[in-house]
Design a protein around this ligand. Structure first.
Ligand SMILES: NC(=O)c1ccc[n+]([C@@H]2O[C@H](COP(=O)([O-])OP(=O)(O)OC[C@H]3O[C@@H](n4cnc5c(N)ncnc54)[C@H](OP(=O)(O)O)[C@@H]3O)[C@@H](O)[C@H]2O)c1
Length: 344
């Protein structure tokens, strides 16, 4: 018997990708249920060659469901994840609601799969922020080799990271520029078409944004609490895939060649690093792909043991949906959950 999986937020950017990835990877589910808000009740979403009718989260009984992949935003997660967990259904949550809870594992399978063991405390497992997920995949093999002490990162984050309404805003504004219509801003604080915005999520007292703080807190929780990290998070007019310019300092020496070799062998990483025109990956090429791409690997001449990297990945996949499905695969492959017995 296979598992019964619910996708909550199935009509959204991440939820639709979750359904695709469950199908693509042949996840051992014999029943997949699409859930969203009342607004979407009765609409249809694609699943494999077929469609699923969307049902309402509020009316759904989780007692015979094994896993809920959740991407319906923080407030929905805060309300629903504990209730679902109490029905003995494991929630794999994409929002930031549970990431910093000491009783909730924050997992990137290539980096800290063993930390999943604590999930039974609340039956909730958290996915990191999209920018953190791809960063720690690239940093892990380097940290194991030469111990990272400090990271300085600037992100170039696509609009899909802010949901489907944000993707629509880039499209509508871009069109408006070409046909000389007025530009309307709703999701972003300034125009995003043909612009970049150095502001993601809310401002904090120290002048950093919450998105920047998340990268610090989540890298410490997933990789190593001793790593110092400072980030500038920037929204760019790209539909899918986040890019990151990363400066890394190490305790021990590490050359660019050694880093290239380590990253070539590392799970989830693909090195594309030719010193020629186009010999690097851009967000357009990473969209729809699973890998975290690493390009432009250089030694930093301004510090003792430093490297510079360019890291690109599909934020909807490794940054969210793929990572969530990989976590579900860890639960299944390690036999941490069994399918519930269901009435025929
Ligand atoms: N996009 C990314 O790269 C990314 C990466 C990591 C984490 N995340 C997180 O994943 C979550 C979803 O992101 P997204 O980009 O997929 O957003 P989105 O495109 O705006 O989709 C939101 C989804 O949540 C559903 N929803 C909203 N309110 C609901 C309610 N009260 N009850 C049930 N369902 C409700 C929506 O259903 P309706 O269609 O019915 O409104 C829709 O399916 C967010 O927490 C986000 O921070 C996103």
């Amino acid at each position: 018997m296979g598992y019964k999986v619910a996708v909550a937020g199935a009509t959204g950017n991440v939820g639709r990708e979750m359904l695709d990835i469950l199908h693509e990877r042949g996840f051992p589910a014999d029943d997949v249920v699409a859930l969203a808000s009342r607004r979407s009740q009765g609409t249809e979403v694609s699943f494999g060659d077929g469609v699923l009718k969307v049902r309402t989260l509020d009316d759904y009984d989780f007692s015979d469901t094994d896993i809920c992949l959740m991407s319906a935003g923080g407030s929905v997660s805060r309300e629903w994840a504990p209730k679902i967990g109490r029905q003995n259904c494991v929630v794999i949550d994409n929002s930031s609601a549970w990431r910093y809870d000491a009783d909730v594992p924050l997992i990137v399978p290539e980096v800290n799969a063993d930390a999943i063991a604590g999930f039974t405390k609340k039956n909730i497992i958290a996915n990191p922020n999209c920018s953190t997920a791809q960063l720690v995949v690239a940093l892990k093999p380097l940290h194991d080799h030469a111990r990272i002490t400090r990271v300085v990162v600037a992100t170039y984050q696509s609009v899909s990271g802010a949901g489907k309404a944000a993707s629509d805003e880039l499209f509508t504004q871009t069109r408006a520029v070409f046909v000389s219509d007025p530009i309307e801003t709703k999701k972003f604080p300034k125009r995003i078409a043909f612009n970049v915005i150095p502001h993601i999520d809310v401002f904090m007292e120290d002048g950093f944004t919450k998105e920047e703080w998340k990268m610090v807190a989540e890298t410490k929780k997933i990789l190593d609490p001793k790593i110092k990290l400072v980030a500038t998070c920037v929204r760019v007019p790209v539909f899918v895939s986040h890019s990151e310019a990363v400066a890394v300092e190490f305790a021990d020496p590490i050359s660019a060649d050694e880093a290239r070799e380590l990253l070539r062998e590392a799970p989830g990483c693909l090195v594309v690093d030719k010193h020629e025109d186009g010999g690097y990956v851009t967000p357009f090429e990473a969209a729809g792909e699973d890998a975290t791409y690493i390009s432009r690997i250089r030694e930093d001449p301004t510090v003792d043991n430093g490297l510079m990297l360019w890291v690109v990945s599909d934020n909807l996949r490794k940054g969210a949906a793929l990572n969530a499905v990989q976590i579900a695969e860890v639960l299944v492959n390690r036999k941490l959950i069994e399918p519930k017995r269901r009435a025929a």
